[in-house]
Structure formats: C-alpha cells, structure tokens
Design a protein around this ligand. Structure first.
Ligand SMILES: Cc1cc2nc3c(=O)[nH]c(=O)nc-3n(C[C@H](O)[C@H](O)[C@H](O)COP(=O)(O)OP(=O)(O)OC[C@H]3O[C@@H](n4cnc5c(N)ncnc54)[C@H](O)[C@@H]3O)c2cc1C
Length: 440
C-alpha cells in the first residue's frame, strides 16, 4: 500500500506530490501532460500562454517554490492598470484619475467617482483583513476574507450606476468569469484590491520560459511518481485507507494508499470521491465556475504596446488583453462569463476572426500571424454569496483520509491558493502517515 495518491496534475497536485516526494506516492493525471490551467507553448522564440501567466512576488509560496526549482522569473514591466473604452486606451497613473481620462459622459464620471470612493474604502478594509495576526494560520485569514461582503452580489452592493460605468464593472466581473449579479461583492472588492496592489501579494511576474515551465519542471523532477493519461474514476474509502480506480491506455487499474489528495476541480472531486458526507458534498456543489474563451495571438513585433501588460477591454468580444512580450509578438485575450458563452457558440475560426477584428479596433497596426483558441468551460471558481459557509467542510476533507486541494479551496482562486492549499493537504497527509497505524 502506498502512502498517498494525488489525483490531478495541475499546480495543486504537483505541489502536493513535490512536498511528499520522499514518501511512497503517485500522482495520477488524466491528460497526456501536466499543468492543468497553466498552459503555454513555444512559438518562434516567444512563449504564448492560454492559461495562468502572472505569478506573485516575494513572500508568496510560489516565489519560494520557483527559487527551490531554480526557475527564472521575469518582472512584468508594462502597466497592469489599463482600460480600453471607445477605442481609447488609458494606461498607468493612479486609478483615481481613470474617470477623467476615459471618454465618459459627465454623468458617468460622477457615477464612477462615487462608486470608486466606496470601492477604494472597502478595498482598504479587505487589505486590513488580509493581514495575518500573530498566531493565526492561513486558514484563519482565508475564512475571514471569505466572510467579507459575502452576503450580497456585486450588483446589489454597487447599486444603480451609469450604464457606461456598469459596462466597466461588467468587464471587470467577467475577469472572474462571473456577471455582476452572480459574484459576491467581497470577491469583486478583492479583485480591485489585488489589481490596485493594496492587498495580498502582487501578481507582478512571468516566468522567463513561459508559465508551463513550472509544471514541466516539477513533473521532470518527480519522474516516475507522476503518471499521465491516467483518468481517475473512483476514490473509495475503506478501513482507514483509500482505493483509487483509474483508466489508462484503455485498461482499468487500481492503487491503494493510506490517504488521497484530490486536486481536481470541485465538480470532478464531487463525482469521483464515493460516499461523501452530506456536508462535504454540499460544499463541493456550492463551488461555482464560469467559462473563459482564450486566444493566444502571435503578431509581428510592434512598439505600440511596449509599456502595456494588461488592459481591461470594456466594449470588445474579449474583456482582457495581455501583452506577454516586451516588443509585442505574443498577446493573449480572453472573454469571460457571458462574453465566453457567446464565443463558445462559435467555431475556432469564427473566434479567431472576431477577436482579430476587435484587436484591430484597438491596435490597427497589429499584424496577426496566428491565433490559438483555448476553451475553458470551467475556468475560474468565483465566490458567489454564501461561499464562506462551506469553507470548513472543504478544508476538513473526509475522515483524515481524503483531502481536497486546489484553487477553489482558497479564498483568492489563483495559482497561489492552489499551491498553498496543496501544501496544507500534504502536511495533513504527512501527519497521518507519520502517526502509528491504528491496531484494531
Ligand atoms: C485563462 C486563465 C488565466 C489565468 N490567469 C492566472 C494568472 O495570471 N495568475 C494566477 O495565479 N492564476 C491564473 N489563473 C487561475 C489558475 O490557472 C488556477 O487557479 C490554477 O492553475 C488552478 O490549479 P489547480 O491545480 O487547482 O487546478 P487545475 O489546473 O485545473 O488542475 C487540475 C488537474 O486535474 C486533472 N484532472 C481532472 N479530472 C481528473 C481525473 N478524473 N483524474 C485525474 N486527473 C484529473 C486536470 O486535467 C488538471 O490537470 C488563470 C486561469 C485561466 C483559465
């Protein structure tokens, strides 16, 4: 019997397996390669990403992991604070100046300033709540943050605003794969706090060789402890251990272990773990995901966006544009929530021509050479009102035998939360494995 089985080879599963590499463990990943929602390719000397790309800074868990693996970071130089509206691209400067620099009507400017003052105040409150007091655990902070403005949607919180401002907030909510009437107010305030870099750890870094170099390096070092093309169909608890059934190369295989870390998205965890307690099943069911349609775009280099890294695109088919290389060359755009649902109804060619046309509205000089389309039906788990109530059940796992890890277990659903919750699950497994076996 193995010490642990890890299900899922995204950053959560790989982090868990890495932390337990001295034990007898195996990681089972259904896809032919690891990485999950971190996905980038090499093209003509550029990396093109269609998944996660911005890494947190010093003091974060991932910073330490990158150091340990000796992976080279690249600081993001361009502005992270851009908004494009009615063909005008406003970047850099203080967020407070945006209502006056964007082409808004006078009434919209007033509406934007009013809402902005309130968001600013609550983003500062969020930042205060994010500070860990002495003796507190990550889990304590997480639960406090999840409870912040968790009783209402963003639309209810912000109330009626001018339609031009509503369009800006909708594009912002789409970044979380949500619409304003779906996402909890606290989750949106957290996004503003992160973007303004007043809260949490700043997402200010790329990896020199592209985001996928992180999962690839972890898998390389873990060697035979990682098995790809292994789709787990069942995790059954029996007599203080787990039996995991999976399909590989058309055959059914089975492995037993003392514990399992299930590091798949929540709906998969809900489906494959048998006999879940009602509270755990309800907690997994409460996790809401929205879609992204992403396009990785290769262009001929231009200096047009040299000083820009990310732009909120308010009136395009996509709501975000990212510039992944200093001199142009590799861009990424995505549409979330309703925008994604409209794009999902199209063929890849239609998506490519739609986003290219919208890109030309913003940057007429862009010469597009290739568009790589990626559909993420379950892209990001965003917090809907009431999300805080299920946190304890997610963190508890089941019977000290099955533990859950992944971005959805965290408060801020990004790579950092995925890795942190995996490290916590790995610590729980280690405590269990180190404990003497119960003798009946
Ligand atoms: C377009 C996009 C942009 C993003 N940008 C950022 C960003 O800039 N910064 C950031 O921090 N985060 C970003 N994110 C979020 C980030 O990608 C995720 O939070 C993080 O990668 C989640 O990691 P995970 O390991 O929890 O889940 P996943 O990456 O989803 O990993 C789960 C793994 O489980 C596997 N699996 C599923 N079912 C089974 C099964 N039955 N058996 C075996 N294996 C299975 C999957 O194939 C997958 O590999 C972005 C996400 C998207 C989609």
């Amino acid at each position: 019997m193995k010490d642990a089985v890890v299900v899922g080879g995204g950053i959560a599963g790989l982090t868990a397996a890495w932390r337990l590499r001295d034990l007898d463990t195996i990681l089972l990943e259904s896809e032919p390669c690891v990485g999950g929602r971190i996905r980038s390719f090499e093209r003509d000397g550029h990396w093109v990403s269609v998944g996660a790309h911005m890494f947190p800074g010093r003091g974060s868990f991932l910073w330490e992991l990158l150091d340990e693996l000796r992976l080279e970071r690249a600081r993001i130089h361009g502005s992270l604070l851009g908004i494009a509206y009615r063909r005008k691209i406003v970047t850099g400067g203080h967020a407070e100046t945006f209502p006056f620099r964007l082409p808004l009507s006078p009434a919209a400017r007033i509406s934007f300033v009013r809402a902005g003052l309130r968001i600013r105040r609550d983003a500062a409150r969020y930042t205060e709540l994010a500070r860990r007091a002495e003796g507190e655990t990550e889990s304590d902070v997480r639960r406090r943050l999840l409870g912040f403005l968790d009783d209402r949607t963003w639309a209810e919180y912000v109330g009626p605003v001018h339609p031009q401002v509503e369009a800006i907030f909708r594009a912002t909510a789409n970044r979380l794969t949500a619409e304003p009437d779906e996402v909890a107010a606290g989750c949106m305030v957290a996004l503003f706090a992160h973007v303004w870099s007043t809260g949490g750890v700043e997402l200010g870094f790329n990896l020199r060789n592209g985001p996928s170099s992180l999962p690839s390096e972890l898998a390389r070092r873990l060697g035979e402890q990682v098995v790809t093309g292994a789709q787990v169909v069942e995790v059954a608890r029996e007599a203080g251990s787990v039996r995991v059934r999976y399909l590989r190369r058309g055959r059914e295989e089975e492995v037993s272990a003392r514990c399992a870390i299930v590091a798949t998205p929540a709906p998969v965890a809900r489906r494959i773990v048998l006999d879940l307690p009602a509270e755990t099943a309800a907690a997994l069911d409460a996790i809401v995901y929205g879609p992204f349609v992403v396009a990785g775009i290769l262009t001929d280099a231009t200096t047009a966006w040299d000083d820009v890294y990310s732009v909120l695109t308010v009136d395009s088919s996509f709501n975000m544009l990212f510039n992944h290389s200093d001199a142009g060359g590799a861009l990424m755009v995505y549409g979330g929530a309703g925008r994604a649902r409209r794009l999902l109804a199209m063929s890849d060619d239609e998506i490519a021509s739609t986003v290219t046309a919208d890109l030309h509205e913003l940057y007429p000089e862009a010469h597009v050479r290739e568009v790589i389309v990626q559909r993420w039906e379950n892209a990001i788990p965003f917090a809907a009102p009431g999300r805080a109530r299920v946190q304890a059940a997610l963190e508890r796992g089941v019977d000290d035998t099955v533990f859950f890890a992944g971005d959805y277990v965290g408060e801020w659903t990004h790579m950092e939360s995925a890795a942190l919750t995996a490290a916590e699950a790995a610590a729980a497994v280690r405590a269990r494995v180190d404990a003497p076996l119960a003798v009946s």
